[in-house]
Write a protein that binds this ligand. Structure first.
Ligand SMILES: [Zn+2]
Length: 243
């Protein structure tokens, strides 16, 4: 086993694993979150619209009640006017006239209420129509976006499948023990087991901590895997592989 070659294979494997890691994170976190946000924001908007529609219905009910009151009062006015001629005394007649005047005042108030309710309904109805059309646009956008994201999920699955195949092809040529160490790191280090050393700044490319010159010399010797003292990833020198 030539360690340098094994490390080169690990670097190639890491490239595939990084792609898999990013795709999985998109599939398991980003896209579901985006889908959730879309759904929530549309449902909030829809709920607002439902509340508004309910208010409109209440206004219509209120108007009907007022119209009914109005009809009843108008009926009473008619009835009282009819009774006027049957009354015997002037006192009763005057009392009836007062009653009619009071009923007529009620009628006029109710007429105002009905007109006011009609104006309110007209304004609310106009707004409801606008909101309904905006909501329907929003729903279309939401559904389109949802389809797009779901298609993206399918594409991601296909890509991951292809990369997994590539990975197993690469992995089968790697020393079992080295591969096992690598896989352990991949799992525990957010999908990143390999850290390139920046030879100029002498830093670990993954965690940015300093890598001593002695460590760099150890890497160049290719006797054993050299790990970053801070993030414990496998260090390598990109220059050695013309990377
Ligand atoms: Zn490090």
């Amino acid at each position: 086993m030539v360690l340098k070659e094994e490390i080169y294979k690990l670097v190639q494997l890491q490239d595939v694993d990084s792609q898999i890691y990013n795709l999985k994170s998109k599939k398991d976190n980003e896209i579901p979150k985006e889908l959730d946000n879309l759904k929530n924001s549309f449902e909030t908007r829809k709920k607002d619209f439902d509340v508004f529609s309910d208010k409109l219905k209440q206004l219509q009910v209120k108007k009907k009640e007022k119209e009914l009151d109005l009809a009843t009062k108008e009926e009473s006015v008619k009835k009282s006017q009819g009774q006027l001629f049957q009354l015997k005394s002037n006192k009763e007649y005057q009392a009836k006239l007062t009653e009619i005047a009071s009923l007529k005042a009620d009628v006029s108030l109710l007429e105002e209420d009905v007109i006011k309710a009609m104006d309110e309904i007209e304004a609310a109805d106009k707004k409801a129509k606008e909101e309904k059309s905006a909501l329907s646009n929003e729903e279309k956008k939401y559904k389109d976006m949802e389809t797009q994201l779901k298609n993206e999920l399918t594409e991601i699955d296909a890509k991951i499948k292809g990369l997994e195949e590539k990975k197993s092809n690469l992995a089968k040529d790697i020393d079992k023990h080295i591969l096992a160490r690598y896989e352990k790191l991949i799992k525990s280090r957010y999908g990143c087991a390999m850290a390139p050393v920046n030879i100029e700044t002498e830093n670990c490319g993954a965690c940015n901590m300093r890598v001593t010159s002695q460590k760099i010399n150890e890497i160049k010797m290719y006797d054993q895997l050299v790990l970053c003292e801070n993030c414990v990833r496998i260090l390598y020198l990109p220059e050695d592989f013309s990377l």
